[in-house]
Design a protein around this ligand. Structure first.
Ligand code: SF4
Ligand code: SF4
Length: 252
């Protein structure tokens, strides 16, 4: 029996994470407008801070302490990609594609700033902006738009690899990466990965199971577990037969 096989909580952590993601996915008809960059822009054009604007600010602040935990544990778009992962042939590969999301985020945030200036800034806050009685998908037209967006996410992940949308296109990821970079400059205690390289037997199971296609074995060996594209899903930790990786609250 390996260290992780005898460590039941580690196994149940992934079960719990998957169930949370399934619930997040099932709640999409209610929640999608509170997460949508498009609804955020529509609200900004009217000078309204919508639910998705509030969430964006919250995710930025949360990333100071938990990096991209949202992506790994709660995001319904991430949940959709994990649900579809059995039909994806490979994980995303390290490379130039991951920089596309920074260009998209720059365009989006630039357009948001311009829209806000044109609208004269925020004049009101409406967490339920765009919803009907708090429900996001309230008509067949909205349903079609949401289905098209999720089809685009599926095609992106199918072409680039599991969690490909998170790695290549998602502008919200960039906001959380920026928050984490600020934290890394100041170095207050925050959630991350920690590893004990002396336990590692270089089996590379962690790298194989990482949904973001990271060279986790290389990270363990180099002693540098910080990576902008880590979504803190803990798949690597729960896969490692030697228990070499786990969450840690560090200043590094
Ligand atoms: S490095 Fe580990 S925690 Fe980070 S995304 Fe990969 S599997 Fe998840
Ligand atoms: S799964 Fe564990 S033992 Fe295997 S390479 Fe990764 S850190 Fe090392």
């Amino acid at each position: 029996m390996t260290e992780n096989e005898s460590n039941k909580p580690a196994l149940s952590r992934q079960t719990l994470r998957k169930w949370i993601l399934i619930v997040s996915f099932l709640l999409i008809p209610v929640t999608i407008f509170y997460i949508s960059p498009i609804v955020l822009m529509m609200g900004a054009a009217e000078g309204i801070a919508s639910g998705s604007m509030i969430l964006l600010i919250l995710l930025f602040i949360l990333s100071f302490f938990v990096a991209r935990l949202w992506c790994g544990w709660l995001c319904p778009m991430g949940a959709w990609q994990e649900i579809c992962s059995p039909v994806m042939k490979h994980t995303v590969q390290e490379g130039w594609r991951k920089y596309i999301k920074y260009g998209i985020a720059a365009l989006w945030l630039g357009a948001l700033a311009l829209t806000l200036v044109t609208a004269g800034g925020f004049r009101s806050v409406d967490p339920f902006y765009g919803t009907v009685n708090g429900i996001s998908i309230s008509s067949p037209d909205v349903l079609v738009i949401v289905l098209v967006i999720f089809a685009i996410i599926f095609v992106t992940a199918f072409l680039t690899g599991r969690r490909g949308f998170c790695n290549v296109l998602c502008p919200m990821a960039v906001v959380m990466i920026a928050g984490r970079k600020i934290r890394n400059l100041v170095r207050w205690p925050a959630l991350g990965l920690s590893a004990d390289a002396s336990c590692c037997i270089d089996c590379k199971k962690c790298s194989k199971e990482c949904p973001m296609g990271l060279d986790v074995n290389g990270m363990v060996r180099s002693g540098e577990m910080e990576n902008a594209d880590c979504i803190l899903c803990a798949n690597c930790a729960d896969t490692c037969p030697k228990g070499a990786i786990d969450y840690g609250m560090g200043r590094q």
